[in-house]
Design a protein around this ligand. Structure first.
Ligand code: ATP
Ligand code: MG
Length: 469
């Protein structure tokens, strides 16, 4: 099969000319995505010779503005052209020792290089050589697997996964991104080699996990991780969500599958990785808070607070960033029951103001998460709940328009309080600020300077501060 017609970018001709004295091929993810008509950001080029020398010649032909980044230790080079990253590597042969992911690398042929690749669909090459330009070189029938939508290793899967256990995560990641099956022997080898994941660095595991989470239907990846036995090892808290207990004929929902449903629903509406993480973690403390009460059945009291407290530990272990995004996930987990609680007709404006204040900039994401959290087999029930939920959203919007508490800024600053009463920074300033904020949220005063100022005077008198100016 020949793909020369699909190689429309002139840069391929440039590479072909630059590599006229070495065998040069397009390879890996780029070829896979070209055949699948999937957009691909980077181009991988392999040559039987020095990838670094080839990159330099290509850069020379493209013009002075092109910079080559050289990674001498890896024998690779990269250049950017028209917003596309082109990576050059010399064909190589790899062999592994048992205790490490780092292979022993030697120069090799194209065939050696295809043998070292993780999946048949990633081992395809297209020739850039004169004579067979555009020709597909497909020793493992990767094209057939692309058609059958199958993830399969080129060589014995047990050896492939044992050599580099990250490939188990990659198998599941590609299956999820492409909506492919994992071929039976390949999947069995994941089950048998799952414990080898322990030699892989957490950063790399988390990278793959995040790619699964960012897929169109992340639940599929989590189910594969669960059935392959990897989830238990990399994310035991999530596995604990699985299962239903029955007492006196009363059961509860399976929180693993519920969580995955919520995650998929959030993924349909938002590409925000952190909102997706909030969906994954929203019920994470349910197993730890589960109780059975003879009167009311199963309860999970406080799972939102306990869950929020679990977020930093999970983020730290996963080597996820601990800054703003973590705070947002924590806040969303903590608040995830609150909007639903406001469905009640008699809900007060102050309850609405408090939620607006606590959610702040996370409000829209919180509402999206809560909508996704409404899952039930009974469609009428879901419809009714969603209808009620729209009313809550409307009330929140109205109150915010009127009272502006979402991004609450104190109408009276600490400086002003200090200068008015001629006091130094200290407890009294905090007390006054807090009382003013509470009065606004409770609706005792409106959110404006004059009413806040009057209240400040009143509080000052109450706690014995005289007017000094
Ligand atoms: P994407 O860029 O969308 O993640 P990709 O297939 O390009 O997909 P990369 O991680 O960029 O994936 O790797 C490029 C190619 O290198 C792969 O297609 C595969 O052939 C090979 N490869 C990458 N990682 C491994 C690995 N751990 N074991 C074997 N081959 C690998
Ligand atoms: Mg790539």
């Amino acid at each position: 099969m020949n793909f020369s017609k699909k190689l429309t970018d002139p840069v391929f001709k440039v590479i072909a000319e630059a590599g006229s004295d070495v065998e040069t091929y397009l390879v890996g993810g780029f070829v896979r995505d070209l055949i699948l008509n999937r957009p691909s950001k980077d181009i991988d080029v392999v040559c039987v010779g020095s990838g670094i020398s080839l990159a330099k010649v290509v850069a020379g032909k493209l013009g002075n503005h092109v910079n080559v980044s050289i990674f001498k230790n890896f024998g690779t080079a990269m250049l950017k052209h028209d917003g596309v990253e082109i990576e050059f590597v010399g064909a190589r042969k790899e062999s592994y020792r048992r205790d490490s992911r780092k292979p022993i690398v030697e120069d090799g042929t194209l065939e050696d290089d295809q043998n070292r690749r993780d999946f048949t669909i990633n081992a395809l090459a297209i020739s850039l050589n004169e004579g067979n330009y555009g020709e597909l070189i497909d020793p493992f029938n990767g094209l057939g697997d692309l058609k059958k939508k199958l993830i399969r290793t080129p060589l014995d899967p047990a050896i492939t996964f044992s050599d580099d256990p990250l490939r188990m995560m990659r198998a599941i990641r590609f299956a999820t991104q492409l909506n492919f099956d994992i071929e039976a022997d390949t999947f069995e080898a994941i089950i048998n080699n799952k414990d080898r994941i322990n030699i892989v660095s957490q950063e790399r595991i988390t990278d793959e996990l995040n790619k699964i989470i960012m897929s169109k239907k992340p639940s599929y990846g989590f189910k594969l991780l669960y059935h392959g036995g990897l989830l238990e090892l990399i994310f035991p808290e999530m596995v604990k969500l699985q299962g239903v207990e029955n007492i006196d004929g009363k059961g509860h929902k399976d929180n693993f599958y519920h969580t995955l449903q919520v995650l998929d629903k959030v993924a349909e509406k938002s590409d925000d990785l952190w909102l997706r993480w909030a969906a994954i973690l929203h019920d994470i403390a349910k197993p730890n808070t589960k109780r059975f009460d003879k009167e009311v059945g199963w309860t999970f009291h406080g799972h939102e607070d306990k869950g929020a407290r679990m977020v930093p530990g999970i983020f730290r272990r996963m080597k996820l960033p601990l800054h703003e995004n973590m705070k947002k996930v924590k806040n969303l987990v903590k608040l995830h029951l609150r909007p639903i609680a406001l469905v009640n007709d008699r809900v007060t404006d102050s309850a609405l103001r408090r939620l607006l204040f606590e959610a702040g900039d996370d409000l829209d994401d919180l509402l999206l998460l809560c909508r996704a959290d409404i899952t039930s087999k009974n469609m009428d029930k879901v419809k009714r709940y969603l209808g009620n939920f729209s009313k809550v959203e409307k009330k929140l919007k109205d109150v915010e328009e009127r009272d502006k508490v979402k991004n609450f800024q104190p109408p009276i600053s600490g400086e002003e309080i200090m200068s008015h009463f001629a006091i130094k920074p200290g407890r009294d300033v905090g007390v006054i600020k807090e009382e003013i904020k509470e009065a606004i949220l409770e609706g005792k005063i409106r959110n404006n300077y004059q009413e806040a100022f009057d209240l400040m005077i009143e509080i000052g008198e109450k706690i014995g501060l005289g007017k000094q100016k």
